[in-house]
Design a protein around this ligand. Sequence first.
Ligand code: LMR
Length: 397
Amino acid sequence: MFESIAPAPADAILGLTAAFQKDPSPTKVNLGVGVYKDAAGTTPILASVKTAEGRILESAKTKSYMPIGGDPAYGKLVQDMILGEGHEAITAGRVRTAHTPGGTGALRVGADFLKKFFPNATVWISKPTWANHRGIFQAAGFKVEEYPYYDPKTKGLDFPAMRTALGQIKAGDIVLLHVCCHNPTGVDLDQAQWKEVAALGGRQGWIPFLDFAYQGLGDSVEADRQGLLAMAATCPEMLVSSSFSKNFGLYQDRTGALSLFARDAKQAEACFSNLEIVVRVNYSNPAAHGGLIVTTILSDPALKAQWRGELDAMRNRIASVRAELVRALQQSGIAQDFSFIERQKGMFSFSGLSDAQVQFLREKKAVYVVGGGRINVAGITPKNIGYLCASIREALG
Ligand code: LMR
């Protein structure tokens, strides 16, 4: 029976955290998992979140079950956040939102829903993409293929190749796109490129699945949604996964959402009832706490303003660390040009380090970087940047 089961490999990202925690090195640096850290290297609970939690604790009267799709008030606030208040899809009632366990849960609920109705579809993911995307869609039973995205030569987007590939994907296939802060590269589409992709989506008839895990960590809550708005304008049917792990710091509260867009309110209602079945047979209904925090913050103007300030501070720190890293790498005597790090958006930077260099950094320097060379810029602090740059210099040889 079970004795024939071989151990599974460690997770490409969360497995690094486990290895990092066991590492006895006093100078170890964790640039693996995408968790925000402040300049002191800690991941504090946001003050707005603390206040919201206090209020929730005070006013809570029951621990009874949540609705299968979560609290409708939460769903509405999520829609306002991803689309902007008053968007036509909201007023027409043709977008419906389920509260899910994080962005990963949203992706899996969406994948299971799509598999039920489009069993023969292929799911197209960017090359490269977040390590878990392929796993989630394969676990739902889909065939997964890649479309070109990143050009290692320019350290930027290979838009011509991407456009050509997306223009050949057939109706009914599913195309996964990162709305902002592409994970792992930090390379995003500009507004003109989004318009082209949106036009292709409308023309080809594929189903966009937009992963929106980093809203507010690119340029701002509003600017980061521009790609989504472009897609919504041409593709009436699509799915959007949201995560509040990073922008609210609710990592361990597993707080996310899946928004389903249909052509009209009646179709949205029919689809949502099927989403509810997917949820019911997976985890029945969502854990309330994280959703209550988001609802409390977004429905109170003062608390919302405070949260916005805290989000701005996180984003600004990441931007300044990018600049600092480029400067420190230069000063450590590395000839290679790393200025592209400042052009990338969000928490991650695709450093250009090879797998052998990543392995050297981990084994010889206790510097933890995700395979493929993704570094979490937010993990860099004034205390570890010198050691980090010296280690990278050694790795580059
Ligand atoms: C990451 O990419 O590091 C985060 O999204 C965390 C995760 O679940 O992998």
